[in-house]
Write a protein that binds this ligand. Sequence first.
Ligand SMILES: Cc1ncc(COP(=O)(O)O)c(C=O)c1O
Length: 407
Amino acid sequence: MNPRLNQLQPYPFQRLRELFAGVTPNPALKAVNLSIGEPKHATPEFIKEALTANLHGLSSYPVTQGSEDLREAISIWCRMRYGVDLDPATQILPVNGSREALFAFAQAVIDPSKHVKRVLAPNPFYQIYEGAALLAGAKPYFLNTLPENGYRCDFSAIPEDMWETVQLAYVCSPGNPTGKVMSLSDWREVFELSNRHGFVIASDECYSEIYFNEDAGKDAGATGAPLGALTAAKQLGRDFRNLVVFNSLSKRSNVPGLRSGFVAGDAELIRQFLLYRTYHGSAMNPAIQAASAAAWRDEGHVHENRRQYREKFAAVMPILHGTLEFEAPNAAFYLWAKVPGGDDTAFARDLYREKHVTVLPGSYLAREAKGVNPGRGYIRIALVDGLEPCIEAARRIVDFVNTAPAS
Ligand SMILES: Cc1ncc(COP(=O)(O)O)c(C=O)c1O
């Protein structure tokens, strides 16, 4: 077997199961699970209908590039949302959710002939970046995102002589778990570094449609529609060389089970990625393609989705203020909160036992880099359940903290 498989770390949810092994949650309280980033709002009916109305597509093999109709729908969406014109024939590729694409992309991009190969990733981070780098034979290099640098990746901390080994950089905006959105000047910095050192930028934007200020207009301020990499490139007068974005319907349209997203940007990278995918065998099911095209063409359900998240954050944050230390996120559906006492795993375990609320210890989402685990002392609270369970969970957290014995 490939020895690189042994380098893969257990997934955070596996570690959570181990943490909770033998712990009996308070039987008097109903479970509220805010650990996993799985959207739980209802899937829109029109998406389900488009899926079932297109089951006849199952009788033929789909092409890896995806249907013209789906690529066209995505390109129209990109024009509306990012303000960029993308050629559906060369600059857009449908993928089976952004997760598989984020992983596969590294396998296609990393040049194995180089002795040392590095992949940059934020820390804490979405665990796929690390596994993708390791299985491609590269070393992940983590950039701690900490409150003291405004939860931004500090690229200036990378030693100058290391840059020649960097082949790929994952960036995540809005960030999981911090909810931080990259600004135009953040993008300028990443673009300048990529121009200078020749690495590829993989911009994970799967939370881009979960934001709070509907009226702020595009790219206007921290809580409005997040500035995407393609828009930033256009604003800065840069082309899309060495730049691709990953987006997804999972969070935007409440269809995590559909497995549908896209990659867009640099035509040359997309061409080679398509070649890789043809061999990998990752064409999208035709019925899913049809349902996805319908979803990208509708914004009404996305407005409603945001309204529900807005309502939950507006209700939950005032309850938790004064009990947990956190900043309101720019976007996405997470609260990244410091726990009293600083022991995130003990906090998550005891909260589960006493209050039957599940949150994710921050240290499970990060690796030790420069002598610190930047997730230690934090929990990630995913406001994915309904309004009432989220409010109930917040109240239980307050109660838990207030009644915990002083350590
Ligand atoms: C940061 C980030 N990127 C990508 C994904 C993958 O989403 P999907 O494969 O459903 O598009 C997730 C899922 O939770 C995520 O948190």
